[in-house]
Design a protein around this ligand. Structure first.
Ligand SMILES: NC(=O)c1ccc[n+]([C@@H]2O[C@H](COP(=O)([O-])OP(=O)(O)OC[C@H]3O[C@@H](n4cnc5c(N)ncnc54)[C@H](O)[C@@H]3O)[C@@H](O)[C@H]2O)c1
Length: 283
């Protein structure tokens, strides 16, 4: 896909970080933008900023874990702009405050992280893919996974599971679309460290899924190290540029940190050699 001018883009998690940078690049490319996000104040502020940058913008308060809200997002997009050509399934929560290993996370932690990171993408694909296919026009769906979806040894079990699942879901979508020669293409974005509010995602946990816990000292230290990685990570605008370059090139896997590919190779080799997982320090 080469030309994004006058295309309609839907971006979930568009009010912060990578999603907001994608929205800004959409505006620069002349696309119309629907920003969907759970955080109302950030959503309103983002919509205003994008409008000031010359964009045509529709903010829609959306919790992606709720299928009815995704359905409403699609209806509002179609009623307002008549079509959708670009879909960025980007909303995500890290859940690093959510217990870490599988048995330390509560059921509510799992429900929240999988509800947003995995079910959010499933609901969105089930709603938007039929609409986009029926248009029979060029289109692109980019799902934001993570390097955590390609490697093993991620500190948060729920996050790792959700992101591996998004990679698998995206690959499955790629095969389905390719088999029917669709004009609609797809890609999976697997960023490494990016300077966003990702580690502050507890701000968006719904009250019904909140968990009271004291953070253990080793968890607090881990979080601090992760925060340093993010603070010194890529600016989100560079990630957005890579995504647009990949869409122009028809590229499926979008990786932002070449130096982290070694971790992917290690995991793949472990599997192919039927060797136990290599214990690597991913930090
Ligand atoms: N920052 C990184 O280093 C990094 C690395 C790999 C992957 N990612 C992924 O990138 C994506 C974007 O995250 P980010 O780093 O920009 O973080 P961010 O916290 O800055 O942005 C995430 C956005 O998602 C929104 N959101 C959260 N729950 C939602 C819900 N239920 N419904 C709708 N919106 C919701 C938030 O309000 C926020 O605007 C996520 O999927 C994240 O897992 C980030």
């Amino acid at each position: 896909m080469q030309d994004f001018h006058k295309k309609v883009a839907v971006i979930t998690g568009g009010a912060s970080g990578i999603g907001r940078a994608l929205a800004e690049q959409c505006v620069q490319e002349g696309a119309t933008v629907v920003v969907a996000d759970i955080e109302e104040a950030a959503l309103a502020e983002t919509a205003q900023a994008l409008t000031e940058q010359g964009g045509t913008v529709l903010p829609v308060r959306t919790d992606v874990s709720q299928p009815a809200e995704i359905e409403r997002l699609a209806q509002q997009t179609l009623q307002t702009f008549g079509a959708v050509h670009l879909l960025f399934n980007n909303a995500g929560v890290t859940g690093f405050g959510a217990g870490g290993s599988v048995w330390k996370s509560k059921t509510a932690d799992w429900e929240w992280v999988l509800g947003v990171n995995l079910w959010g993408v499933i609901h969105s694909l089930r709603t938007f893919v039929p609409i986009m296919l029926a248009q029979e026009s060029e289109g692109y769906i980019v799902n934001t996974a993570s390097m955590a979806g390609l490697i093993s040894g991620e500190p948060s079990a729920s996050y790792q599971v959700s992101k591996h699942a998004v990679v698998a879901l995206s690959e499955n979508l790629y095969h389905s679309l390719a088999r029917q020669n669709a004009k609609l293409k797809t890609a999976v974005l697997c960023p490494g460290w990016v300077n966003t509010r990702a580690l502050d995602s507890e701000r968006n946990r719904p009250p019904a899924l909140r968990v009271e816990r004291q953070m253990r000292p080793e968890q607090a230290a881990l979080l601090q190290t992760l925060q340093q990685r993010l603070t010194h990570g890529l600016p989100p605008s560079q990630v957005a540029s890579k995504v647009f370059a990949a869409m122009r090139a028809g590229q499926f896997y979008i990786l932002t940190h070449p130096e982290l590919k070694e971790l992917v190779r290690q995991r793949m080799e472990d599997i192919l050699l039927e060797r136990n997982p290599t214990l690597l320090d991913i930090l």
